[in-house]
Design a protein around this ligand. Structure first.
Ligand SMILES: [Fe+2]
Length: 223
């Protein structure tokens, strides 16, 4: 999906399409036109089917990095979302997808601003939903109900709805993209390692927010 987005923009882009990507020391020159994009996801994870981002790995001329472009013209016109298309995703990639979904909302939850109580609840809703349905999708890939709930969560997690107004940044994704680029790790597997480590690091700076997370997600302190 992400390659298709970049290709759709590259067709109408003047100059080197790599210039639309975020790279060190260079301000991206965003595409202003793109061919119409229709997405058909076969994996519940990235949420790319309903957002304006594309993550791309560059591996040429001694340059190896995983980076991204975000531009208005990259919003798909249509997303054809059918959880039946995800039933053959193997267990490990199903689990990696769930880790990706969780991290998409924890980025905003932990790395956004305070004073966003409704957005906090949206994020918690996404996490609690995939914590309930994700393991079911992993243990029985043909469980269409579980596949459907996880897929809808993947879309909501990164179509902008949860993040709006949080002024968030995504350090966990930036760290993981580097690991993926250099070691060819599946994105969600890398996040499963980096996100808990990030949380241990970041908790000391925002203890109240992490206490809220512990209470609301893991019922910590209420038993
Ligand atoms: Fe991600």
């Amino acid at each position: 999906m992400d390659a298709s987005k970049v290709i759709a923009a590259s067709v109408l882009y003047e100059g080197d399409p790599k210039d639309m990507l975020v790279r060190a020391g260079k301000a991206p020159r965003l595409p202003e036109r793109a061919l119409p994009i229709i997405t058909v996801p076969t994996l519940a994870a990235t949420g790319s089917e309903m957002n304006n981002g594309a993550v791309i790995t560059i591996d040429d001329e001694g340059e190896k990095l995983k980076t991204f472009v975000k531009a208005e013209v990259l919003y798909p016109r249509v997303a054809v979302v059918d959880p039946e298309l995800t039933v053959t995703v193997p267990q490990n990639h199903t689990a990696f997808g769930v880790c990706d979904i969780i991290t998409h909302v924890t980025e905003g939850y932990f790395n956004g601003i305070d004073g966003t109580p409704l957005q906090d609840r949206f994020a918690e809703g996404v996490i609690l939903t995939v914590l309930e349905w994700g393991p079911k999708a992993v243990s029985d890939g043909s469980d269409l109900e579980a596949r459907a709930q996880v897929q809808w969560a993947s879309i909501v997690a990164l179509n902008g709805w949860v993040q709006v107004g949080t002024n968030y940044i995504a350090p966990v994704h930036m760290i993981e993209h580097t690991l993926s680029a250099l070691y060819d790790i599946p994105h969600g597997a890398g996040l499963a390692v980096v996100n808990p480590a990030w949380m241990r690091f970041a908790a000391r700076f925002r203890p109240d927010r992490f206490a809220q997370f512990a209470q609301r997600i893991f019922s910590f302190g209420s038993r």
